[in-house]
Design a protein around this ligand. Structure first.
Ligand code: ADP
Length: 531
């Protein structure tokens, strides 16, 4: 086992397999150009620090897709969505089709019925009539002859009345004798028939002007033009058909058609359901495969990033440690150099310690081992402690604070809030290489408190604003290349803020225009205990 003691402040213990075993509390300040330094409670106990970096990169920790607030629609399966969309559609289309087909059926059935009536008139009645029957009123004897002929040849199961119209539109004979002599001049159907066009009309029985023999259903009046062998229409034979029977037949056909259509659509729906279910399973399998593939790629990317960042962040301080310790071991080191080199040794060790602490923090976050001890915390006090950990400000940088009077405390874990603020302020310092003003502003926002850390430093391009909170994400440009860092500080910051039920966002007018990081946390009316 190897252990290093640095200036009595920090001890990082590493065993022969390079596993982190223990990290005692930190008491010293962070040198100016180091990134965020977590407070002592985030330093792991020997029990929790036994994870290797490889374990820390376990897929469940490395790839954790954000859970978007999904609506019911997006959460429901393809089959459920298909059912919701297609069932009403199929039912609607089915009902519409059934209505259209039923109306067509009725119209065809009635036409067939009317044609049958016309055939009967032509074949059985027309030959029995004489031209004078349609020219002048009938004699009593002729009336009786026609009546018996009609009863024998025309009246039947569905024929419930008959009228014989003269060419001048007057009833010359009717099964309802009171109708004889009635004029039908205003009857369009009669006019059509007298013009040579067979016509028909369906009426409720109550609207028929004739007293009919029997029956219950609607009535169809069929007018057949009579030519009696000549070229001209000389009259019309009107037949009243009771539609009860036809209606029954239509209803039966309609029922059969509804059943067939319903059955067909049900079979179609079930068949489509099977197709959709199969497609849905296949899609799910493919998306699982894609997710797995993406996860593997993400793990590989993170491993590469991890190795890159860690090896870089290890090499620089380790080189300093080895170099300056060798120099210090030389006998004749002047006191002034000894002091300077020891400080550099100290800074290198600090940087190593910071890296280890960040890795441990990420590990604890990923394994849900980070616990908050929440209570009322004064933002001013936490800011004061965060600023304490930033030892000396580089030349040309100033930090000012603007706290609203009567700012309520926030409900937070005191040490984590200090860690959040330290991360943001040390970043503002790090990424302001040309100096400028850093402002820490805090004000109440209803039941929350908003803390803003604004700098006038390097700023951020728009397309980086979301990704800088990702693990290992560092903005790569000329001016930042020499600034050390791991790309973990903001990831840890966001996780900590969100664990508090808060949010952290960034705003920047672009590269070279500074940045503002905004943290919003729940406020509390309780008084903070003096930590
Ligand atoms: P790092 O250790 O690289 O500083 P962070 O997670 O803290 O990691 O930050 C991620 C990246 O976001 C940094 O590499 C840096 O480019 C950018 N960044 C963070 N804070 C600021 C800031 N105040 N101004 C400009 N860029 C910043």
């Amino acid at each position: 086992m190897v252990s290093d003691h640095l200036a009595g402040h920090h001890v990082v213990v590493v065993d022969d397999d390079e596993r982190l075993l223990a990290l005692p509390p930190m008491t010293a300040s962070v040198p100016p150009m180091t990134a965020s330094v977590p407070p002592k409670s985030t330093v792991g106990s020997p029990r929790t620090t036994g994870e290797t970096p490889a374990a820390w990169l376990a897929p469940h920790g490395a790839v954790r897709p954000p859970i978007a607030p999904a609506r019911w629609w997006r959460r429901s399966s393809l089959v459920a969505r298909f059912t919701v969309v297609s069932l009403p559609l199929i039912l609607g289309v089915g009902l519409l089709a059934a209505q259209v087909v039923a109306a067509q059926l009725r119209s065809i059935a009635l036409s067939v019925e009317a044609e049958a009536v016309a055939d009967t008139v032509e074949s059985r009645i027309e030959g029995m009539l004489r031209p004078e029957d349609l020219q002048r009123p009938l004699s009593t004897q002729r009336m009786a002859e026609i009546d018996s002929m009609v009863n024998e040849r025309a009246m039947g199961a569905d024929t419930v009345g008959v009228s014989l119209w003269r060419g001048d539109g007057v009833v010359n004979y009717s099964t309802d004798s009171s109708s004889v002599g009635r004029s039908g001049k205003s009857d369009d159907m009669l006019a059509l028939a007298l013009a040579g066009e067979p016509s028909k009309e369906i009426k409720p029985r109550s609207e028929v002007s004739l007293t009919l023999a029997k029956g219950t259903g609607d009535v169809m009046e069929v007018y057949v033009p009579l030519r009696l062998g000549g070229p001209k229409v000389v009259g019309s034979f009107e037949t009243y058909r009771d539609l009860a029977e036809v209606q029954n037949r239509i209803t039966a056909v309609r029922r059969a058609m509804f059943l067939a259509l319903g059955g067909g659509l049900a079979v179609l729906f079930v068949a489509l359901l099977f197709v959709v279910r199969g497609a849905s399973r296949q899609l799910r399998r493919q998306s699982d495969e894609l997710a797995l593939f993406g996860a593997r790629q993400e793990v590989t990317r993170l491993q590469t990033e991890f190795v890159g960042v860690v090896s870089h962040e290890l090499r620089t301080p380790l080189t300093a440690l080895v170099g300056f310790s060798e120099l210090l071991l030389a006998e004749d080191v002047p006191d002034s150099d000894r002091r300077e080199w020891t400080t550099l040794l100290h800074n290198g060790a600090q940087r190593l310690r910071h890296l280890v602490e960040q890795l441990l923090d990420v590990s604890r976050i990923d394994h849900a081992r980070l616990e908050l001890r929440r209570g009322p915390v004064s933002v001013a006090e936490a800011t004061e402690q965060a600023l304490h950990s930033i030892a000396a400000l580089p030349h040309g940088l100033e930090i000012s604070q603007r706290f609203e009077p009567d700012l309520p405390p926030v409900l937070a874990d005191h040490e984590k809030l200090v860690q959040i603020l330290t991360n943001l302020v040390s970043n503002a310092v790090k990424y302001s290489p040309d100096g400028g003003q850093i402002t820490i502003d805090a004000r109440r926002l209803g039941s929350r408190v908003r803390i803003e850390v604004t700098d006038q430093g390097l700023g951020l391009p728009r397309h980086e604003l979301d990704s800088i909170f990702d693990r290992f994400h560092r903005v790569d440009d000329e001016r930042r290349r020499t600034i050390e860092g791991t790309g973990l500080g903001l990831y840890i910051t966001r996780q900590l803020v969100e664990m508090h039920g808060g949010t952290v966002t960034v705003h920047s007018l672009g590269k070279g225009h500074g940045s503002t990081f905004t943290v919003v946390l729940p406020a509390t009316e309780e008084e903070p205990n003096n930590a």
